[in-house]
Write a new protein. Structure first.
Length: 209
């Protein structure tokens, strides 16, 4: 299918909504097909010029936290079937790693991220927009567990960040983008019917002449 333009599936939703789980489920359902997955979190801005305390005090739930220009540039390269070097974000040090991840072009590009639908330029690249809609309490509990286990943070720092930036930014920027969604998935990765429907839509694209 080298002569066909790849398709981009965008999966968004609040922090802890299950969008990463949904994205991975889709990849698993499409095992054997030409699929890659890109995370918006990889495109947090480089912050080496700041101290660690200054980095940790930044608002990571605002659109300005991301290098959206770089993300758009790399997605456009994948659409032209060019290989990219995706950034790797170091959550412990709150800046980009010096390492990158080589990503080969594919027929299906799955992109997931909290603020994926905020920038119109990014939205315009996405063929199917999916919003994962999960109860606020469930999302907070998932975030608390994840940040303690995977990112070595204290409960107090997670709660403070949630109240100071995550929750208000969700209502200001994330939730309003639900209106752009082609498909809304309640309950995240446990919604097998919605995931099967998405798989069917993607396979329809892959099987087109």
């Amino acid at each position: 299918m080298q002569d066909k333009k790849p398709i981009i599936i965008g999966v968004s939703g609040g922090s802890g909504s299950g969008k990463t789980t949904v994205s991975r489920e889709i990849v698993e359902h499409l095992a054997g097909e030409s699929v890659v997955m890109i995370a918006q979190d990889s495109y947090y801005k480089q912050q080496d010029h700041l101290t660690l305390d200054e980095r940790r005090a930044r608002n990571y739930d605002h659109p300005d936290a991301f290098d959206t220009d770089l993300m758009i540039d790399q997605l456009q390269k994948l659409l032209k079937r060019e290989t990219i070097d995706e950034p790797i974000y170091d959550y412990v040090n709150s800046t980009r790693s010096k390492e990158t991840l080589t990503v080969q072009p594919a027929d299906v590009i799955i992109v997931e991220g909290v603020l994926l639908f905020v920038d119109a330029r990014l939205r315009d690249l996405i063929n199917i927009k999916v919003y994962v809609d999960t109860d606020d309490d469930i999302r907070f509990i998932r975030r608390l567990q994840r940040d303690m286990v995977e990112r070595g943070r204290t409960p107090k720092s997670i709660i403070d960040q949630y109240l100071d930036t995550v929750k208000p930014m969700y209502h200001q920027f994330v939730e309003p983008t639900k209106r752009y969604a082609d498909i809304i998935i309640p309950e995240g990765g446990s919604n097998k019917i919605a995931i099967n429907m998405l798989e069917s839509q993607i396979r329809g694209f892959l099987n087109q002449d």
